[in-house]
Design a protein around this ligand. Structure first.
Ligand SMILES: NC(=O)c1ccc[n+]([C@@H]2O[C@H](COP(=O)([O-])OP(=O)(O)OC[C@H]3O[C@@H](n4cnc5c(N)ncnc54)[C@H](OP(=O)(O)O)[C@@H]3O)[C@@H](O)[C@H]2O)c1
Length: 287
């Protein structure tokens, strides 16, 4: 039995789909907070059980009989996130899993200025402490985050953000396929090399891509951290969210998301998805 958590989220659902192409549905189980939302998977023969990292008893049930558990990192940060990830790792070990896989990040680092990177490093420590063989998938920075950073720039014509550094943007679809391969034995042991897309691009490059794709100029404008923070607060973002984003720019300036690695392309046996290709599918021409 292969158990995947977070199968109602973007990455977890894609991993489940890629796995369904490789193994019989009866060998796949998903652990989700809301089983109702996974009814379609159940109809296709996938075992659906409720599992919430905040409720260890639910995980004992959701992970029952697991040979492998893939833990998808949650969308929160800080002590709660680490506690939840640690709970999931411990539940997988208690369920007798022979391998635990985890969706880490290329920037995993205990002293990163970007908070989620510290959480990933702490979770990787929990994996090492579990005593169970593990695979920590060091996923590249999501290409969907580049689309998010582009935000209103398509309407305003200005991509205003703090100074940044090049980032090896990586598509969910490629990472999901890699995770399915790792689960089916053609994969990777321990902490993987970083699994990245084909090139590292900064916001000036992204503005240029957006200009090409929409036919309307998008200008990259560098603003100070303080001005950016103030603009985020004015738009209603809580201070904690603004500080989280500033941490992203600080880590990016340090080059923490820059190195491009060939491992993902090799694993997939095809070129990885370029950011321009990804943005072409997500940007609607405005002009
Ligand atoms: N590599 C990167 O650049 C990058 C960027 C952004 C985020 N991430 C990380 O990648 C993860 C997956 O990305 P995504 O696009 O799939 O995000 P998403 O669609 O927002 O999904 C978030 C996932 O977190 C799970 N979750 C939240 N709280 C949970 C809890 N208490 N117990 C169990 N599961 C919980 C959800 O589980 P359910 O399915 O049960 O709802 C959901 O699958 C994110 O959560 C985040 O940790 C990475």
């Amino acid at each position: 039995m292969i158990i995947i958590t977070g199968a109602n989220g973007g990455l977890g659902r894609l991993i489940t789909e890629r796995l369904l192409e490789r193994v019989p549905s009866q060998r796949i189980g998903v652990s989700v907070r809301d089983p109702e939302k996974a009814r379609e998977l159940e109809d296709r023969g996938v075992r659906v059980r409720r599992g919430d990292f905040g409720d260890p008893a639910s995980l004992a049930d959701a992970f029952e009989g697991a040979r492998q558990v893939l833990v998808v990192s949650t969308d929160s940060t800080g002590a709660d996130a680490v506690h939840h990830h640690r709970t999931a790792v411990e539940a997988a070990a208690a369920a007798g899993a022979e391998r635990i896989l985890y969706t880490s990040h290329m920037g995993s680092n205990p002293s990163s200025p970007f908070a989620p990177m510290r959480d990933h490093a702490a979770t990787e420590a929990a994996l090492r402490e579990s005593g169970v063989p593990f695979t920590s998938l060091r996923n590249g920075f999501y290409a969907s985050s580049a689309a998010m950073l582009l935000g209103h720039a398509l309407e305003t014509g200005e991509l205003a953000a703090p100074e940044d550094g090049p980032v090896a943007w990586t598509a969910h679809a490629d990472l999901a396929e890699a995770a399915a391969l790792a689960l089916t034995g053609e994969g990777l042991d321990g902490t993987t090399p970083t699994l990245t897309g084909p090139e590292a691009l900064d916001l000036a490059d992204i503005a240029a891509i957006a200009t090409r794709l929409t036919g309307r100029e998008v200008r990259r404008v560098v603003v100070s951290d303080a001005d950016y923070r103030a603009s985020l607060l004015a738009r209603g973002l809580p201070a904690a969210g603004a500080d989280l984003l500033l941490g992203l720019f600080a880590a990016s300036r340090q080059g923490q998301f820059t190195p491009v690695d060939p491992t993902l392309g090799r694993l997939l046996g095809r070129p990885t998805t370029a950011l321009a290709e990804f943005l072409r599918t997500t940007i609607t021409p405005t002009g």
